[in-house]
Design a protein around this ligand. Structure first.
Ligand code: ACO
Length: 326
């Protein structure tokens, strides 16, 4: 049986750092509130003119380098993003061109913060079906462009960045063991951008009313996230007859340290077995898991043969998990 194995990872974050103290000067908030309620200390912000595909390109180069693979060998590129370069074409097509990956098909996935796992699941299915052998999956976001910098309830949370993974077909026992994808569209309005689509096309009025920025009902989202993530991870473990202590590392979406530690506590996992980097990057939506994965791999926190779990929760609402034998 073919498996999709991650053979390389990479990340790129913009150089510019925006600290909580910088945000204190922009809206009515404090470093203390942000750290205590979210765990975030600082986030990265893209340069003017830097778009999602630019960040994706840098992360993709790193992932290809660590996999020892040339871009022209790729069969497929999937980019998970809610802040792509433009509505048309897909950011994946722009990335395909920049990489010179002429043989690769390319498409985007929009599942907000769960986007990377949704994209990983698509890559896994293509590889197991035997139609594609080498797939690049990228999560890339320039959320600073869809952030309302006058809205303290969202602007303190978000950051820019990209992470990438190369997946290759493998006949061994290592690779993606299972992926679980879920959605509940009845709660779509907890997290959305009202204008700029076919429901409410851009007009002078929509711009004036700041309707092109992300709106979030954070507290309601928080409660659903904590409830859902515990169930999701436990059912993944049960299906594979694994116990929480069998997991070497949990790599959660980096939205809020309170969500992460509540999930870890309910699972009985010590924080030493949970990857947390949101203090440095904030919530980078679809980019957060591949950035954390790359940091975990490069720092030696994931070793050959380890079981790791990725889990995410985000707009849609969507939630997803992946169990991987590294
Ligand atoms: N600084 C100071 N005070 C603030 C700030 C701020 N930046 N933001 C909100 N407050 C205030 C509120 O006005 C409120 O004041 P009040 O009590 O006087 O009314 C108080 O703080 C508490 O507000 P809550 O919204 O209840 O705060 P909460 O503890 O829920 O934290 C947060 C807010 C951090 C947004 C949290 O709810 C959260 O992390 N939610 C989940 C986010 C998430 O997971 N989203 C999905 C992924 S994102 C994606 O898909 C792109």
């Amino acid at each position: 049986m073919l498996k999709a194995r991650i053979t390389g990872t990479g990340l790129y974050v913009p150089k510019k750092v925006l600290t909580n103290f910088d945000i204190e000067k922009m809206v009515d908030t404090s470093d203390e509130w942000i750290r205590e309620r979210t765990g975030i200390r600082e986030r990265r912000i893209a340069e003017e003119g830097e778009a999602a595909s630019d960040l994706a390109l840098m992360a993709a180069h790193e992932a290809l380098k660590s996999a020892g693979l040339k871009a022209r060998k790729l069969d497929l590129i999937i980019v998970a993003t809610v802040s792509g370069d433009m509505p048309l074409p897909s950011t994946a097509c722009i990335l395909q061109h920049k990489l010179g990956a002429k043989k690769a098909a390319a498409f985007d996935v929009n599942a907000a913060c769960s986007g990377f796992i949704y994209a990983l699941s698509a890559a896994d299915a293509f590889i197991r079906a035997g139609t594609h052998e080498r797939v690049l999956v990228v999560g890339a976001e320039v959320l600073s462009r869809i952030t309302d910098w006058t809205d303290r309830s969202t602007c303190v949370l978000l950051g820019d960045g990209a992470g990438a993974a190369v997946l290759e077909a493998d006949k061994g026992d290592r690779g993606i063991l299972s992926v679980k994808l879920n959605a509940d569209g009845s709660m779509w309005d907890l997290l959305h951008i009202p204008a700029g689509g076919s429901r409410m096309p851009a007009t002078e009025e929509t711009v004036k009313k700041r309707l092109h920025y992300m709106k979030m009902r954070g507290n309601e989202t928080f409660k659903v996230a904590v409830r859902t993530l515990e169930k999701l991870v436990l059912s993944t473990l049960k299906e594979h007859r694994l116990e929480p202590e069998d997991i070497a590392l949990l790599i959660p979406h980096q939205a809020n340290h309170r969500i992460i530690s509540a999930t870890a506590k309910r699972l009985g996992l010590g924080l030493d077995r949970v990857m947390i980097n949101l203090d440095r990057y904030g919530n980078t939506s679809a980019a957060s898991i591949p950035i954390a994965l790359d940091e975990a791999v490069r720092s030696g926190r994931v070793r050959k043969g380890d079981y790791i779990i990725l889990e995410a929760f985000g707009g849609g609402l969507t939630w997803a998990s992946a169990l991987i034998k590294w």
